[in-house]
Design a binder for this molecule. Sequence first.
Ligand code: SF4
Length: 183
Amino acid sequence: MGISDSLNDVVTTKLSFAINWGRANSVWPMPFGVACCAIEMMAAFMPKYDASRFGSEVLKFSPRQSDLLIVSGRISLKMMPVLQRIWEQMPEPKWCISMGACASSGGVFDTYALIQGIDQFIPVDAYMPGCPPRPEAFVDALMAIQEKARHGKASSDNFVSEDASKDPSLSPAFRSPDAYYKC
Ligand code: SF4
């Protein structure tokens, strides 16, 4: 095939499609591993499960350079403001995976000291059931995030209501865990 033949092949697309395609295939995770679930998260990044296949092998450990927050493990009342701060430091568009029963619902720890579901304070795009979930479940959640990114969607889009845009203190993202959990 000569150069003139290849010039006849024209591909057209929308800019938003191309940007979303690029984002979906280069999701950079910010791992927030605080308990046993984090071991399974680490396994998901090892060669056997190979997150590189999805363009997600770059763990930045810096919220400003990440667009996927992975919360794996139980989150205490004292730790939640730190997690909220990290979430706020991440640039839009951004996504969040709640890994395991503890992050999603408090798991077996139905106590006053632990957050009974991080989605009371930050938006979650994919929940992973299990105690702990296996790395295959993590790959599944990552693919769900990619699907959202491909369609230009993120839960954080709807998380801040119109009222909260005027007054950030009304947003769950600025909710104080201490005040919200009255013992
Ligand atoms: S869900 Fe299970 S494995 Fe994960 S942090 Fe909680 S107790 Fe540990």
